[in-house]
Design a protein around this ligand. Structure first.
Ligand SMILES: NC(=O)c1ccc[n+]([C@@H]2O[C@H](COP(=O)([O-])OP(=O)(O)OC[C@H]3O[C@@H](n4cnc5c(N)ncnc54)[C@H](O)[C@@H]3O)[C@@H](O)[C@H]2O)c1
Length: 330
């Protein structure tokens, strides 16, 4: 099985551990030290033999021009999450090409990160830390915030998505009530997750913490509106490990800067240097670190390796991308 690393040079060393690289070289006919960051630079004769493209962040799009030069292509194994940029419509239109992604593996650290912030938000950790820092003396935390604590706290998850489901599963071991809003997932499935399906208005109004896990698709942009944020109770927290486009940032900023809501924002790579959120005591801002980083990349490499092992053995893929649902998923 002839495979090619169609990715920026050096990425394969970050995605695959030395042991994983050895296994990859055992499973497929592949030059593990060589990548093709630009498919137009690969000779026709070589592309004509390639059956599997292993792709990742920054990979070239497998567009119609590339496809005509890849007559034997039968699989694209993506070592990262969304395949939106690597796998254009031309791939789905040609058909017969299995596409897999490591989105499930990438969901693991995002869910861990969201869980950690949900629990810290229940403890009102950010507000308490800011208050302590300002007063420079301890005080009884419950005196300043009677709603503090995770016993019986209500956690609202927006989206029973891959990450949303993992977060709900994690939350089962805590004494919290979980609400989920998702127009595409039924109440029965949500009950199986130990949660209750509600409409967005109820979720925002009742939750101590709202954690966003919906995809960035046309129907979700701006879904976290000023009206929904206004329904959140004073002192509660909004956590965004999803995407910035889903949220009315002006409305959220007003609430957080005014000190009414706390926010955890893992996704704002476009905040202006003078944005008041930087100095807002109730804003936790991290530079998109919820997803896989550092050693977590080897979990993604491991998922890709599993797909290559299956392809080599003639088994069905474990994490195929469903081209028919690509407008609904991240
Ligand atoms: N911060 C990071 O590093 C990081 C890493 C990975 C993913 N993400 C983001 O996390 C989010 C969730 O990713 P995922 O892989 O779990 O998504 P996903 O692809 O599994 O989400 C699809 C699901 O979302 C649900 N959904 C769709 N529209 C909805 C709506 N209007 N309201 C509620 N639910 C809706 C549906 O159940 C749908 O099946 C995405 O925005 C993704 O881009 C962030």
């Amino acid at each position: 099985m002839r495979a090619l690393l169609a990715m920026p040079s050096g990425l394969q060393h970050r995605m695959f551990s030395p042991g994983q690289r050895e296994e990859l070289a055992r499973l497929a006919e592949i030059d593990i030290e060589r990548t093709a960051p630009d498919l137009t630079a690969v000779p026709d004769a070589e592309l004509a033999t390639v059956e599997v493209l292993v792709t990742g962040w920054g990979s070239p799009a497998v567009d119609a021009a590339a496809l005509t030069r890849l007559p034997r292509l039968r699989a694209i194994v993506h070592t990262a999450g969304t395949v939106r940029f690597t796998v254009p419509d031309a791939v789905w239109e040609r058909g017969g090409i299995t596409v897999t992604s490591a989105t499930e593996a990438n969901a693991v650290p995002v869910a861990e990160y969201a869980l950690a912030h949900i629990l810290l938000a229940g403890k009102r950790a950010r507000a308490q830390e800011a208050r302590y820092r300002r007063l420079r003396r301890p005080e009884h935390a419950a005196a300043s915030d009677p709603g503090i604590g995770n016993h019986g706290a209500v956690v609202g998850l927006v989206g029973a998505s891959r990450i949303g489901v993992l977060v709900a599963e994690h939350l089962r071991r805590f004494d919290v009530e979980v609400l989920i809003t998702d127009p595409y997932v039924g109440a029965e499935r949500i009950a199986e997750l130990g949660a209750t399906k509600v409409e967005p208005e109820e979720l925002y109004a009742r939750s101590d913490v709202v954690s966003l896990h919906a995809p960035d698709v046309p129907s979700t942009r701006g879904m976290v509106s000023q009206e929904l944020l206004a329904l959140m109770r004073d002192g509660t927290t909004f956590v965004n490990t999803a995407r910035p486009a889903l949220v009315d940032l002006d409305a959220l900023r007003d609430e957080v800067v005014a000190g009414r809501l706390a926010a955890v924002l893992d996704v704002y790579d476009d905040l202006a240097a003078d944005d008041p959120l930087w100095d807002a005591p109730l804003a936790t801002i991290t530079p998109h670190i919820a997803g896989s980083l550092g050693n977590e990349l080897h979990r993604l490499g491991g998922a890709a390796l599993e797909e290559i092992r299956r392809l080599a053995a003639g088994e069905p893929p474990r994490w195929p991308v469903d081209g028919n649902r690509r407008d609904l998923t991240a």
